[in-house]
Design a protein around this ligand. Structure first.
Ligand code: ZN
Length: 581
């Protein structure tokens, strides 16, 4: 037999001894520690072999001593009993089959904590001074923990005051119906139950953790009243270590402290951990789940606080809404007021603008009337005018000027009328009269001379004007003089007879002006000639001028000059011995 495998199995082999479950390894140790106990056990087995049975196959076992293996338990031989033989064949503790589902589950870890913790607690309770020694009972390890028929707790014991206790090891999810059934069973039998969480449940705070703390820590009720105390318990390494060290059953109490999470609007909790001895727990007659610190009030307080906070929030929201409504109302009123003020301002501005415009209009009207009155007065004078005493060209020009004047005034009056809607009947009448007068003058003077004739005279006058321009007497005198005389003697043949006199007047006037300029030079020249030797070519020019002047009335106006010229003539005749013609 393999020593290690045998010892390993021994540590998980449950043996029923006097209707109680013990570990084979435990019984071996007890016997090794206490020779008396060992011998008494030997006697008891010899007396009634059925007192000691395999926890799995329920067939009698006994112990042997071996030089190498030491003290160990083994199944009794089946002999010819076929039923026992069959039971042995399926028992892993008989066959040594480590792959058997039971052993595999215990070894693999899933059941390990449950198995080890159950036996650890039992062994500690047996040494705990506040526990009745003979009261400790362990439930046989069963693969299916959720089996509905199960009523015996994992560990059962009684305290010195005859209080009954059940330890329910909780390592995984449990059907709530089954959990409630068990809780009811413990309540009905007045057994204090401790739902003891594994380190895995405890550390993860998984659904079993929450179910134990908040679901199983009170009696179910349909009212809103909180009767639960919300204390939970765990058996972790700390509790195990202290329990072992003190040989007292200590557990870790898990105490939630509730508070309001205002950000998420809900009640949350922190869990405080305290290691306590089971005797320190208060018994709860309602649920039969003992507690260290009742947290129901704390929970109710946090809940109330949350409700109050929510109510405050609602009230605050309402106030904000009211304030918002008020603000909107004020804003609306302000908008209306501003609009009214703007409207008043606008009306005022419009009124001012209107007044300003009226004022400007009034001023314009004054100006307009003044202008009209001046115009009327002016027109009155103009209506009396004719240009009969002027040369015909000037008369035409004057009548044209008057027409332009009249047109200008008419357009100005029209512009002012249409712009400001002014109306001055009198000025319109005056302008109308002026128009009539102007029409008469223009047509009158135009009828005297055709435009073609007018153009002919004008062209002649332009040439005379050219003659009048300053010139160099020494070089251009003769051709200019010839031109003037030629013009003078050759009347344009398309000119109307009636304008001959007019033409004559104009031309002679120009020639006279020209001759006056010439005569001044002649005067100087004559004086010079008389002093010095006469210059024939100059004298020729002077004679030309003399002939020209004779054709005008110059001679009658300026006797001195003519006298000078006469002297020159004589001088020339004397010098040249020729006739002056
Ligand atoms: Zn067996």
């Amino acid at each position: 037999m393999d020593l290690t495998a045998s010892q390993k199995r021994s540590s998980v082999w449950e043996i029923n001894y006097r209707e109680r479950v013990s570990l084979a390894s435990r019984l071996v140790k007890d016997m090794l520690d206490d020779e008396v106990k060992k011998q008494q056990l030997k006697i008891n087995i010899a007396d009634r072999p059925e007192q000691l049975k395999c926890g799995f196959c329920d067939t009698p076992v006994h112990f042997s001593e071996h030089i190498q293996l030491g003290l160990y338990f083994k199944h009794r031989a089946a002999g010819k009993d076929e039923e026992v033989r069959s039971l042995h064949s399926s028992c892993p503790f008989y066959t040594g089959d480590d792959r058997h589902p039971l052993l595999a589950q215990i070894y693999s870890g899933e059941g390990r904590w449950h198995f080890d913790t159950k036996h650890l607690i039992a062994s500690i309770l047996e040494r705990d001074p506040l526990c009745k020694l003979d009261s400790v009972q362990v439930e046989k390890y069963i693969i299916n923990h959720d089996e509905n028929t199960k009523r015996r707790p994992d560990v059962y014991f009684e305290d010195l005051q005859d209080g009954k206790w059940a330890i329910e090891l909780t390592n995984h999810w449990m059907n709530p119906t089954i959990a409630v059934e068990r809780a009811k069973f413990f309540r009905n039998n007045d057994i204090n139950v401790i739902w003891l969480l594994s380190p895995k449940c405890h550390l993860n705070q998984d659904s079993m953790f929450r179910f134990t703390l908040f679901g199983l820590s009170g009696k179910p009720n349909t009212t809103s009243e909180i009767s639960s105390h919300f204390n939970g318990y765990a058996m972790d390494d700390d509790a195990s270590l202290i329990s072992k060290q003190e040989s007292k059953f200590n557990i870790k109490a898990l105490l939630p402290t509730f508070y309001v999470n205002r950000t998420e609007n809900k009640v949350e909790y922190n869990v405080e951990e305290v290691i306590v001895h089971f005797s320190e727990l208060h018994k709860d007659s309602e649920s039969n789940v003992p507690y260290l610190d009742h947290k129901g009030i704390n929970y109710q307080k946090a809940k109330n606080e949350l409700e109050a906070y929510k109510a405050d929030e609602r009230e605050r929201k309402k106030q904000l809404e009211r304030a918002d409504t008020e603000r909107k109302k004020r804003e609306k009123e302000a908008r209306i007021k501003a609009a009214e003020e703007a409207s008043i301002h606008e009306r005022k501005q419009r009124k001012l603008a209107k007044e300003q415009k009226a004022k400007e209009l009034a001023n314009s009207k004054i100006e307009y009337d003044k202008f009209c009155n001046e115009l009327i007065a002016n027109i009155k004078n103009l209506l009396d005018s004719d240009f009969d005493d002027l040369p015909i060209f000037e008369a035409i020009k004057k009548s044209d000027d008057m027409r332009l004047y009249q047109e200008d005034k008419v357009s100005r009056i029209r512009s002012l009328n249409s712009k400001n809607n002014f109306f001055n009947e009198q000025v319109l009448k005056s302008l109308s009269s002026l128009r009539g007068h102007v029409e008469y003058l223009v047509s009158h003077y135009d009828s005297i001379m055709t435009s073609e004739q007018h153009a002919i005279i004008q062209s002649q006058l332009n040439r005379i004007d050219y003659l009048s321009e300053p010139f160099d007497y020494s070089y251009v005198y003769k051709p200019i003089l010839s031109l003037a005389l030629n013009m003078f003697e050759n009347m344009p043949n398309r000119l109307h007879e009636s304008f001959y006199q007019e033409y004559w007047t104009q031309i002679s006037h120009k020639i006279r002006r020209f001759s006056t300029a010439v005569s001044q030079e002649v005067e100087v020249m004559v004086k010079d000639s008389l002093k010095q030797a006469p210059i024939p070519s100059h004298i020729t020019k002077v004679i030309g001028a003399h002939n020209m002047l004779n054709k005008t009335d110059f001679a009658n106006i300026n006797h001195t000059h003519m006298n000078n010229i006469e002297q020159l003539k004589h001088l020339y005749e004397h010098i040249s011995h020729s006739n002056f013609s």
